[in-house]
Design a protein around this ligand. Structure first.
Ligand SMILES: [Zn+2]
Length: 93
């Protein structure tokens, strides 16, 4: 029997992308402590539809479905907006 899982593929993709953006040259002036990074991920996930799967095959299918130009554009736009909104006024010292 295949392993059962409960995974939000949107969350997996967004977590990876946010980490990638925050470590890039373009955003080096923004705070990327764990607190801010997690807040940015949460803000993005609240804007995008979740995509839950329960097995590896569906997960691969979900990755393929979310890897279209339109979807990637939408995710990138939402992430950049969240980085600017949260990164401009970090809620800590
Ligand atoms: Zn921070």
């Amino acid at each position: 029997m295949a392993t059962t899982m409960l995974v939000n593929v949107t969350e997996e993709i967004i977590t990876g992308l946010v980490g990638f953006y925050l470590r890039g040259v373009e955003y080096q002036t923004f705070c990327h402590c764990e607190h801010c990074e997690t807040k940015i991920i949460a803000a993005v996930l609240n804007e995008l539809p979740s995509y839950y799967v329960t097995n590896e095959a569906d997960r691969n299918e979900a990755f393929a479905k979310l890897n279209t130009e339109d979807q990637v554009e939408r995710m990138n736009r939402t992430i950049i907006h969240a980085i600017h909104t949260i990164g401009q006024k970090p809620n800590h010292q």
